[in-house]
Design a protein around this ligand. Structure first.
Ligand SMILES: Cc1cc2nc3c(=O)[nH]c(=O)nc-3n(C[C@H](O)[C@H](O)[C@H](O)COP(=O)(O)OP(=O)(O)OC[C@H]3O[C@@H](n4cnc5c(N)ncnc54)[C@H](O)[C@@H]3O)c2cc1C
Length: 493
């Protein structure tokens, strides 16, 4: 059961703007917030600092290369089962579509409106609920959707959003069967039993868009970038006062915002709120001829299997899986900030493991098999299906139970704000999310997201799976166990 968190956090920032804000993490959430704060009159006198684990010798690597926000591509879609997120993307796309000037967000190859095919499988059962924990008799209050349910709701939402504009509406078409799906894909492959194509959706070059965003933030001249790793939050009995870095430095601030993506749980106890899950990606070098065929395909996303392919550019094809993912529970040398003052936190937390610090890291065989299945099904070009991946990657989500973001003041610690719980779908909101987060800091959260983004009081199982109907794979997989199952392929990057 969810209930409202206690109204106990009365930070000094309730009514007065803080004189200093420290943002931990320069990914999508951290950087868009810094940009928004720097342009809002309420924060005209606030000093804004952004810290990241980025390379201290470089001024251009924010965010860190293993951040979720850095990759070749991210889907931009209003195709959501939830109407509020669909409408938020609709708003964001107004800016993604700006491409006239080279400095416009969508220009210079940062945004492609290639269309998106959304499909679901006919036979997939409803997702498995979290396994029962001893003494836990609670049930998830959230209705579990199948991938097909999600696809159908998403279809209704995009049709409703486009209903005011015949040009947009005309670009959405039902694909009632496998053959119709095959025809629009144009790769010879198909996926799912029913779906639709939405030509108003597309994808962005995420790395290039983040580089664009860093430049916008730098140009404001308002934001101080610090390279360093936060090891713990500084606090007194009731209040968070800053952050301690691995080199011993301490940064203090009136308001600390933790936007450390999937790493957030290593700094703040998120038990029952969000968990870091690793997701598999594979990249293939393709020939000029293959580029020509696949370069014109739409994005394809199967909401039952979670498998998706984004059209290749520069002869690199990416295939991925939006899944329950792998958790990576580790005992931390410094436990995260406890759930409330006076309590203790569990030092065992799922944290990201990436090839930045573990160059030999592979993806589990189970994940690779699914990526191969995606190629076989969605892009079955001769010679492609069995071609070794040029590289693979584990990329980390901060997953919440409902796939809603977690953007709120901490209910028990004063002067602490979190912006995390991206649940693998936040990138598309780059043009708009920073302003929404700033509104939340000003305690003016958009009404449609007030409950969704709030810190949840979870009284039941602490085992957490995202159950929004969009995930493939199996729930409950643990990274080390999966890696042990087979000696595996190429190093991840
Ligand atoms: C495989 C994959 C596919 C995805 N596909 C899509 C998609 O198609 N469409 C879409 O909209 N979204 C997609 N997403 C989701 C999107 O990329 C994320 O929602 C978004 O990038 C999350 O941003 P973030 O700021 O929360 O986290 P991140 O980008 O991970 O940023 C967190 C930052 O915090 C820093 N940090 C962490 N710990 C510390 C510390 N202790 N000290 C200092 N700094 C720290 C990290 O170095 C990092 O730079 C995908 C994500 C993945 C992984």
């Amino acid at each position: 059961m969810t209930s409202s968190p206690p109204q106990h956090s009365s930070s000094s920032s309730n009514t007065n703007s803080p004189s200093s804000i420290l943002i931990i993490g320069s990914g999508l959430f951290g950087l868009t917030t810094a940009y928004s704060l720097s342009r809002r009159h309420e924060f005209a006198n606030t000093s804004i600092t952004v810290i990241d684990r980025s390379d201290p010798s470089s001024t251009s690597t924010f965010p860190s290369p293993d951040a979720a926000s850095v990759d070749t591509s991210r889907i931009v879609r209003a195709d959501y089962a939830d109407h509020a997120y669909a409408a938020l993307c609709d708003e964001a796309q107004l800016q993604w579509r700006q491409q006239e000037k080279p400095t416009d967000l969508g220009a210079q190859g940062r945004y492609y409106e290639t269309g998106l095919v959304v499909v679901g499988d006919a036979t997939t059962p409803a997702p498995v609920a979290a396994p029962p924990v001893e003494g836990d008799v609670s049930e998830s209050p959230h209705k579990k959707l199948t991938g097909m349910d999600y696809a159908r709701k998403s279809w209704e939402n995009v049709l409703s959003l486009a209903s005011h504009n015949p040009v947009l509406a005309e670009r959405i078409r039902e694909l009632p069967n496998v053959d119709a799906i095959r025809e629009v894909l144009g790769t010879g492959g198909s996926s799912g039993a029913w779906g639709y194509i939405n030509k108003n959706s597309g994808w962005t070059d995420a790395g290039a868009s983040m580089a664009w965003l860093v430049e916008q933030v730098r140009q404001t001249g308002r934001v101080n970038f610090v390279a360093g790793t936060v090891v713990s939050l500084e606090h007194n009995e009731t209040t968070v006062t800053g952050a301690r870095l691995s080199d011993g430095r301490v940064l203090t601030a009136d308001l600390v915002m933790v936007a450390a993506g999937a790493w957030t749980g290593s700094l703040v106890d998120l038990e029952g709120q969000a968990v870091a899950t690793g997701q598999v990606l594979g990249y293939l070098d393709i020939t000029e001829e293959e580029q020509e065929i696949l370069g014109t395909m739409p994005v394809i996303l199967n909401l039952s299997s979670g498998l998706f392919i984004i059209p290749p550019t520069n002869r690199i094809l990416k295939v991925a899986r939006h899944a329950y993912g792998y958790s990576n529970p580790q005992s931390l040398p410094i436990p995260p900030l406890p759930a409330s003052p006076g309590s203790t936190s569990n030092p065992v937390v799922s944290i990201p493991r990436t090839s930045l610090h573990d160059p030999a890291l592979c993806i589990p065989a189970e994940g690779e098999a699914d990526l191969r299945a995606a190629l076989r099904e969605m892009a079955p070009l001769p010679g492609l299906v069995d071609r070794p991946f040029t590289k693979t990657r584990l990329c980390w989500y901060s997953d919440t139970r409902t796939a809603d973001f977690l953007i709120d003041y901490h209910p028990y610690w004063k002067n602490l704000f979190v912006a995390t719980g991206d649940s693998g779908h936040a990138f598309k909101f780059l043009p708009v999310i920073g302003d929404k987060i700033t509104n939340c800091i000003l305690r003016d959260c958009p009404p449609e997201f007030k409950e969704k983004w709030a810190w949840k009081e979870w009284e039941g199982s602490k085992v957490l799976f995202t159950e929004d109907g969009s995930r493939g794979g199996k729930p409950g997989l643990i990274l080390d166990e999966e890696l042990d199952k087979a000696a595996q392929i190429l190093p991840a990057v």
